[in-house]
Design a protein. Structure first.
Length: 232
């Protein structure tokens, strides 16, 4: 995604998507463009998911159309396809105004234990944090969907990546791909790469500790809820 600031300077979000498992979702398509894109995308995604059960592959055109309908105005939105099992999710990446690193750190410290806040070091965007966030399952069953968010914050701007909540068993099949994409994301401007500095101490796990195992993480988020407004 390429934008320019008020002074006309370049500001690029660069992402090496592992084709065919991550499909960028376009926005502002007119009717004929939309139909043509959906037809091409459905063929491409079905070919990638040929190892899935036939009944799952048949649902992909409708899932893609729903993903396009719910794309929103985020800067970069990807449709993720699990290479291991019938599972898919949407990854949203946005550059937003920052309330300041201290405010982001305060929100993350206040997150419930089920959010599993983890410190990130050395990603393409610099240093940041990852946490689990949840949403109610449609239909009022009382069960929870689970997703992840990543925040790389400066004092003026932040980059927020959101893996939309999915049923917890599906999270384990898409989380590694989402982490790979977020880890490799770069923001390049005319004055060089934008890098988030480290968050204040007291946020996340000890320096150098590995990210939680995705299967164990997915099993532990039935009651997960994201931190109160970090990056929002």
């Amino acid at each position: 995604m390429t934008t320019t600031d008020a002074a006309g300077r370049r500001d690029d979000l660069l992402l090496d998507a592992p084709v065919p498992w991550a499909l960028p979702l376009p926005r502002d398509l007119v009717r004929d463009e939309r139909a043509a894109w959906l037809a091409r995308a459905a063929d491409d995604v079905a070919a990638s998911a040929a190892h899935w059960p036939a009944e799952a592959v048949e649902l992909l055109p409708a899932i893609l159309e729903h993903a396009l309908d719910s794309r929103g105005d985020e800067g970069l939105v990807l449709f993720l396809l699990s290479p291991t099992a019938p599972a898919c999710a949407t990854l949203r990446i946005a550059v937003l105004p920052s309330p300041g690193r201290a405010a982001v750190a305060r929100d993350l410290r206040a997150a419930p234990r089920t959010a599993l806040v983890t410190r990130i070091e050395g990603a393409g965007l610099g240093d940041g944090a990852e946490w689990v966030h949840g949403a109610p399952m449609p239909g009022g069953s009382g069960e929870q969907l689970a997703g992840l968010q990543w925040c790389f914050a400066g004092d003026d701007e932040l980059v927020l990546a959101t893996l939309d909540p999915v049923p917890p068993p599906m999270l384990a099949h898409v989380v590694d791909l989402a982490r790979e994409l977020v880890s490799g994301l770069r923001r390049v401007r005319d004055d060089g790469d934008w890098l988030a500095p480290a968050l204040p101490e007291g946020v996340g796990f000890r320096t150098g500790e590995a990210w939680p195992d995705p299967a164990a993480q997915a099993a532990s988020v039935v009651d997960a809820a994201g931190p109160g407004g970090a990056g929002r």
